[in-house]
Design a protein around this ligand. Sequence first.
Ligand SMILES: Cc1cc2nc3c(=O)[nH]c(=O)nc-3n(C[C@H](O)[C@H](O)[C@H](O)COP(=O)(O)OP(=O)(O)OC[C@H]3O[C@@H](n4cnc5c(N)ncnc54)[C@H](O)[C@@H]3O)c2cc1C
Length: 439
Amino acid sequence: MNPQALRQRFAGRVHLPGEPGYDENRRSLNPAVDARPALVVEAASTADIRTAVVTSRALHVPFSVQATGHGTHTANDGGILVRTSALATALVDPDRRIARVGAGTRWGAVLAAAAPFGLAPLSGSSPDVGVTGYTLGGGVGWLGRRYGFAADSVVRAEVVTADGRTVTASADRDPDLFWALRGGGGNFGVVTALEFRLHPVARVFAGAAYFAADHAAEKLAWYRDWAATTPDELSTAALLRRMPDSPDLPEAVRGRRVLTVKAMYAGDADQARCRLRPLWNAVGPVLHEELSTTRYADAAMGGTPARYLDLFPALPDPVLRVLAGAHEDGLASTVEIRHWGGAMASPGAGAGPVGHRDLPFSVIVDASVPALSAALRPYGSGGSFLNFLADPGRTASAYTAADLRRLRGVKAAYDPDNVFRVGHNITPDVHPAARVAAR
Ligand SMILES: Cc1cc2nc3c(=O)[nH]c(=O)nc-3n(C[C@H](O)[C@H](O)[C@H](O)COP(=O)(O)OP(=O)(O)OC[C@H]3O[C@@H](n4cnc5c(N)ncnc54)[C@H](O)[C@@H]3O)c2cc1C
């Protein structure tokens, strides 16, 4: 079909190869993905999204959706790419403690809309990340141990399905689709609006403290044992880092190898300090501390790019020795152990398929080191978390076997032709019984 004729079908701007705006809108933030779609649509409405889905099916070309490009891992070459950036709205109902956002909204907008009411969304490490992609992938933030994954707070999603219908999914309408959306990623439709619960958190005690990285394996063992005793109000991570030799950094940590403990406590500073003190005593003295009481919306916790990612049922000493050794030998510049659990591990009935809720620790390393992966393999679960998974080929590892089976059944019911396959793909179960069971 003539691309110029296609342009007429959309209310939003359409960019074809070679036109101004094409490069800017086709790009993601992932330098490894250099997609060349046949057409990029800046959706102006749900109708544009529906038209894009129906058209890509009719033309048998790939379809994909991008809000911010923070989580794009697969190139859409020759297909239709829908940009949702123009559909960025954030409405807060303070009485019901509910936010409603459009498909292209970033967390920063929700934080700003919720903060005046003393409310917080379950956002993550960056206000620039898109709410929809983050939430569909589970969404782990620094209030996660207290209130669960972002996906657990979703109450309603408006979705354009693979057959071009507009569906509102909730606990009692299209419940299987609603279940699958809350952790299953972009596999089940294009979400045009999301509604989710906000939580009564105005201020938090948050930041990071830095310690020397000598005896790192022993210090990580202290962290592991201490973390197991912490309340759900406290979310933490321990990192081994090589700090840059930058004049912008405090002298005490500049150019050094350090152990950093990041923490966010949803409560007052005195209680937080009391909780943190045993760890500080064990791994101290403190070289530098940047912990303070701040608005939740202003807490900047940062993240670690995951070249290695695994979830661990426990962190026995040999694991910690391998991690400490890899850092000391310069094989990785950041090693992060994050403490999960709390409300994420006990979400209540009907929660979505965010995998491996029972595993209390993740290990993320910012380098791909085959010897390190091999040494850790006997101890790890082999599981992953969708939002931190750079390799779409490992998508299945983000789910338990039972959830993956059910997800494939729901996929067969709502997207049997796998229209929504660009990205972390869950393939439809080809057995007709799965489709019937999921509807
Ligand atoms: C700097 C940074 C910090 C991060 N911090 C965290 C964190 O703290 N916690 C966490 O859990 N994750 C975190 N992530 C991961 C992030 O949540 C995922 O990469 C997420 O997919 C980003 O969504 P996006 O919409 O911004 O990205 P995009 O690249 O625009 O979209 C990513 C994918 O989301 C899906 N998607 C997006 N919009 C829609 C829609 N409307 N309908 C259906 N599917 C859609 C599609 O599959 C798309 O390929 C972080 C990522 C980065 C780069």
